[in-house]
Design a protein around this ligand. Sequence first.
Ligand SMILES: [Zn+2]
Length: 227
Amino acid sequence: MDLVSILIYDTTWSFVAEIILRTAIMFSMIIIFLRFTGKRGVRQLSIFELTIILSLGSIAGDPMFTEDLPIIQAIIIMSVVIGLYRLCTWFMMKYQPFENLLEGRAVYIVEDGLLVLDKIKKGKMSHDEFFAEMRTQGVEHLGQVRVGLLETDGNFSLLLFSPDDTRYGMPIFPKQYQAIEKVEPEQLYACMYCGHVTHLFDPNEICTRCDDDCENWAPAINTGIVR
Ligand SMILES: [Zn+2]
């Protein structure tokens, strides 16, 4: 085993030319077939869409540099994949349960300034993931959020309270999202697990909303959102 055989092995100049041609053809094919999906572009992909992209990608790769792999076979496979994609999207439009099966459902993560308990308990997404999503949209604490919906493509849709209706909520920026060590009587505190806001007597009090899951509290804040 030597470096030359690892890098070059039996590659000839004529095969290099063939690789260039094969790559150009497959590159054009990928673009054409992705246009057939009817999508305008991809920012966030659902699992179903990601499957299509992965399938097309792996089909397109090998014919670019495999000497005895006729390109027509790859094109047939890509046609079948796109055909299946179009068939599935058609069924999804007709039958809602089929869409839920392939794409999943949008999930309520926040309602009225509180995290929806059965959703966070299933642990499908860590606190920090949806905190990060909300922070990028300018949210400082949960008291600003009326509804937070996790879409099937991974986007996070928010409906906010107007500044006048903003309530006390769990802070979601790291410096404020810190467990307290002692309680001040006038201050409101937010459960760091579920967002429940209350007065406290003890810094390790058990949260009445989520029971056993949390005994950490952060100072609640009620600043109005500025956009
Ligand atoms: Zn709680």
